[in-house]
Write a protein that binds this ligand. Structure first.
Ligand code: AMP
Ligand code: TRP
Length: 330
């Protein structure tokens, strides 16, 4: 039995970078023939991570449901995967405390996301401890694989280090999880700045295409995406164009190489209008499903309740063993 765990923060609008780096991979994992029989999949909405930077409490509650509904709209099937809200399973923060006691301070100081985020926000202790909460998410379920974008690799390396450290100190307890990162699509870049990744916290709205953007917004953002000094697609496109071709490939469901051969010679203007059309039609399908799910939040609530119940039965087993090993009363 293989266990897969991943999550997204409900800290803003889900964008096509999240879809390409994470959600579409999850759906592929869920649907691949070889996995159906013998995998346990957990997809979490990590609200306790989201509050490590400032959030408006009312908006956060709404975003949690929005992200959950988008998981379903993008193709996660609650009959095959367990979807739950992190804060609805108190084992996560509890285990974080236990793991804190074996986490080297210096290792957290080296986390690049912590460094980046603490430049933008006043750093609180929660932001510093963010990677340990993430390690807890993963280790509580004896996870084998963690499908994520490239930016999460360092956090998963820390998770492995903590698992090894725990095993050494208290006896064999945890499997070592591996990151699953698709090479070609690991880092979708901003449409306005090909040197920085597409991000929920980007101040320039033109850089990011959100899964719930309107047709007008999608067309406008693609039309205004930065290119380079060339005028038509070449065999070896520059970063900005390669980013657009990557996005095209994922939604077209074909390899980057095949997309480049298909598009070579097309003017940037022509390519952009093809790409915009593809995004509008793909995202409108997701949006239609999303609207259907949101029109009856009762069903969504049921999925989340069942997800949390199941998650708790699994995590409590791990936590019980951990507490015994650490000498903490159960
Ligand atoms: P976050 O938006 O930080 O909650 O990220 C949720 C998931 O989306 C993680 O697996 C990230 O690695 C992935 N992700 C976020 N931004 C990008 C991006 N620009 N390109 C590829 N994957 C991304
Ligand atoms: N830190 C991840 C991100 O920002 C989200 C996350 C939290 C996560 N816990 C996780 C991803 C566990 C994978 C596994 O993208």
């Amino acid at each position: 039995m293989k266990t897969v765990f991943s999550g997204v923060q409900p800290s803003g609008n889900l964008h096509i970078g999240n879809y390409i780096g994470a959600l579409s991979q999850w759906v592929n994992l869920q649907n691949s023939e070889s996995r159906i029989q013998n995998s346990e999949l957990f997809f979490c909405i990590v609200d306790l991570h989201a509050i490590t930077v400032p959030q408006d409490p009312k908006i956060l509650q709404e975003k949690v449901l929005e992200v959950a509904a988008l998981y379903l709209a993008c193709g996660i099937n609650p009959k095959k995967a367990h979807i739950f809200i992190q804060s609805e399973n108190p084992d996560h923060p509890y285990f974080t405390w236990l793991l804190n006691t074996i986490t080297p301070f210096g290792q957290l100081e080296r986390m690049t996301q912590f460094k980046e985020k603490s430049e933008k926000h006043e750093a609180n202790v929660g932001l510093f401890d963010y990677p340990v909460l993430m390690a807890s998410d993963i280790l509580l379920y004896q996870t084998d694989e963690v499908p994520v974008g490239e930016d999460q690799k360092q956090h998963i390396e820390l998770t492995r280090d903590l698992a090894e450290k725990f095993n050494k100190k208290y006896g064999e307890t945890f499997k070592l999880p591996v990151p699953v990162i698709q090479k070609e699509t690991a880092r979708v870049m901003s449409l306005q700045n090909p040197n920085s990744k597409m991000s929920k916290s980007d101040k320039d709205p033109l850089g990011t295409i959100n899964l719930l953007d309107s047709e007008k917004e999608i067309r406008e953002k693609v039309r205004r995406a930065v290119t380079d000094s060339g005028s038509s697609i070449s065999k070896n496109p520059s970063e900005a164009i390669a980013n657009l071709v990557t996005i095209y490939s994922v939604f077209k469901n074909q390899s980057f190489k095949n997309s480049t051969s298909e598009l070579v010679g097309k003017s940037y203007g022509e390519f952009k209008s093809i790409l915009a059309g593809l995004l509008v039609s793909s995202l409108s399908q997701i949006q239609k499903k999303y609207q259907g799910i949101r029109s009856g939040d009762k069903l969504l609530r049921q999925v989340l309740d069942e997800g949390a119940e199941f998650a708790k039965t699994k995590s409590s087993q791990t936590l019980k063993i951990v507490k015994e090993k650490m000498g903490i009363s159960a």
